[in-house]
Design a protein around this ligand. Sequence first.
Ligand code: MN
Length: 194
Amino acid sequence: MAFELPALPYGQSGLEPVMSEKTMGFHYGKHHQAYVNNLNSLIEGTRFANASLNDIVMESEGGIFNNAAQVWNHTFFFESVTPGGRGEPGEELARAIDRNFGSFEKFRDEFGKAGTTLFGSGWVWLVKNATGMLDIIQESNAGNPLRKGLTPVLTLDVWEHAYYLDYQNRRPDYIKAFWTIVDWQKVGNRYLQV
Ligand code: MN
């Protein structure tokens, strides 16, 4: 069964002005869609033809991995945000953030720094390990923490296609604006999931 581009609950203009309709037209409408289309073509006639997206991300290499992981990562990223942001991290996640990073402010600084210092294209992730400890990791290109046995909690796309139309070279401004649209209710719930 072919993979499909998931609908955006807030539409392509819903994240204005943090991510403009023009940016989303390319980022979601062209890039995310292209990863879905490429994945569908690449898996045809392979052992991944009927596999789940998670299984493909975990087990594939090369072009199939790149496109499958980019489908997974973008879906997770676009689900991590909502117009105007929502809620607070929630008691459990807030406590884990304090325990692992010292404070929410320190966590945001560290996550932002990971975003600004990631060289080239990639993703910054807040992840949970098997014991519930949090960590911030950088992944290049299509990298996905599931491959390391880590549970993704939040991600930020720092590929240039994510921000260049709106922020040009000012990646730190894009990251600063990102915090205003994070759906903490969703992120907090992800932390609670095993
Ligand atoms: Mn992207």
